[in-house]
Structures are given as C-alpha cells and as structure tokens.
Design a protein around this ligand. Sequence first.
Ligand code: NAG
Length: 368
Amino acid sequence: MPTKPARYAQLSARETATLPFILLGIPFVLAGTLFALPFSNKPKEKHWRRVLTERILRYVSSISMSQTQKLTGTTESVYRKAVVKLRVKPVVEDLGHGAELFWLGPKRNDRILLYVHGGAFYAPPMEPALYCLDHVRKKLEARTNSLDVGVAILKYSLWPEAAFPTPLHQAVLAIQHLLASGVHPSGLQLIGDSAGANLITQVLLHTLIPLDGVPPLKLTAPLGGVFLISPWASLSAKSPSHTRNNGSDWIAAESIRYWGAAILADVPTPLRGYIEAVDAPDAWFDGLERVVRRVFITAGGAECLLDDIVQFADIVKKHHSRVDFLIEEGGVHDDMIVDFVSGLPEEQLSETSSICVQWLAEGFDEAK
Ligand SMILES: *[C@@H]1O[C@H](CO)[C@@H](O)[C@H](O)[C@H]1NC(C)=O
C-alpha cells in the first residue's frame, strides 16, 4: 500500500527522481507498440489509435498515485483546459464543503445530467472524459430539440486530502442543490464511470440507508436514471477476471489493487458495503426502485473488473425491474471514454456512445 502523503500531488524524493525517467519511457513504449502493430493479434475491428492509446494508458497508469496527480493537475485545471478546447463558457458553482459544480454549457434546471468522474478516488477526470460528456450533451440536445439539457460535473475531494465518506457527502450536496434549483427528481440523471459510478452507487445506498454524519437525501420522487460505466464495484480486486483480463485491459490488476488498498485503508469495516457494493448485505438494496427509475450498467468484456461488475449487476437486477446491463465485446475499462482519449472520429466511436445517448434521451422524455 502506498504511504499517504499530506497533500495532493506531493511527491517523495524518490517519486520526484523517477518521474522524468517514466516520461522519457513514453516514446519507447509508443515506438515499440507501433513496431509490433503489424504482428500483434489485436482484434481486427480495433483502430490502431485505440491500440496505441491503451498501451500508453497501461504504461502511465502504473505510476504512483501522487505522480499521476502531479502530471494530471486538479479537477478544476482539467475542466479549465477542456472548456477552452470545447469553446464553452466556464460556469462554476461553489456548494461548500469542498464541493463544486462545473457546468459544461449553460446552467439549466429542467433537465440535468450530472457527471461523476472516475479516477480511483485520487485522480481528476481525464480531459477526454469531458469531451465524451460534451459529445453526449450535443447529441441529447440535437435529439430532444426544444428540450435543453444542462450538464454539470461534480468536483469532489480526492485522496489523500479526503477520505470516505467525504465524496459521498459532496455528491449529496450537489444533488440537493440541483433539486433545490427546481429540477424534478425524474428530470435529473446521473452518469459516472469507474470510481464515479461507485460514488453514484454510494448515493443510492445512502438514500436507502442514511449514513451517520452525511446529510440524508430525501427524494420526493425517484431520480430519472443512473448510467454506470465500468463501475468500480470491488476495490479489493479478488475476482478471477483480474487475472484472466490482466493482459487485455489497459489497467493492470496490480494498479487496481494498489489504489483500492489506499482507498479502503480509510473505510471503517462496518461501512465497507457502501464502497464495495458487491459485499454489501443484500437487503441494503431493498427499495431501490424508490430511489431511481432506471439503471444502466456497462462492463468491458476484456476488463479486469468484469466479474465484479457482473456480480454487481446481478444484485441490482434482483432489486430493480428496469436495469439494462451491457457487456461490450472486447471492451476495456471505461471503453466508451477511451474512444475519446484515442481521438477517434465520430463514425468510429463504439456503439456504447449512441446507446448511452438514446437511453438518457428516453429517461428525459419520461421525466415530469
Ligand atoms: C498482470 O500483468 C503484469 C504485466 O503487465 C504482470 O507483471 C502481473 O504479474 C500480472 N498480474 C496478474 C494478477 O496476472
């Protein structure tokens, strides 16, 4: 387990010394992958840009948590860069307790999509995740014509400066704030990937079984929907897919275990079910239909977390009649977002993007 530094992106002497060498290695990894490309047994339908991207992500995702933070910056800096590229005006709302809402496009209160980013509770969103979100926003606005959707990104606090249940507290504040701004619960949908999908699950469980010290989330009606992309359903990485898919995913099984150990170290054992839903007592999910109208879960068929996500989807399906579960054939972790990291043109995007847009559009159509 990594030793816990005092501050975000604070490097030890060793981490400072090794970082330049890690960066120097990137061109070699690229060159090696390019050279091997004609001989590789990549699936035919996989774009070469995807192959290169996954290789680089695999290499970079094995560096230390603080080094990643140093390289990526903060959630705010990622957002500021993304809005410049996407040519949208930054709109920031301070919610107190370290939580903020970063709007992508104009602030609205009739239909809202709230994005909860991944990054193992220590890293900010990858900038292309916000391009992906902007793609979804534009497609939704194009489909629903007069129906404009406000898209907001939750800024929550990260390891080592925050620990469970601080991000949950912050997510609850954001939802309360949005509901208070006038959106009907059915007009609010949540989308999250990886740790963000885990955090959304924490919100669902907390609404059913309020956790002491976190403001309760009282809903007058169920939320419109939650779309969970490769949810980080188990932090302890025990299931067989961590070995089986270690060679095909862009995150190594060891990285997941290393991040998971760091995050779990701060979670009291009796509360683990909130953050490791697969180990939560089954009854915790009773009444789920009162919290959310529809649930969508994706998993990459070639990702380390696959078995955990299958187990998670089974639990959710047992407690809810409107659950869609998609296993993407050959898909990796956060597959839909990796398309955007690779900079694929729209016609090359995997089917998941259009399925996601369609599903969210249906949810907004159903909203009051
Ligand atoms: C995963 O793959 C890496 C090589 O990339 C290897 O070092 C490691 O032992 C593998 N772990 C498991 C659990 O298979």
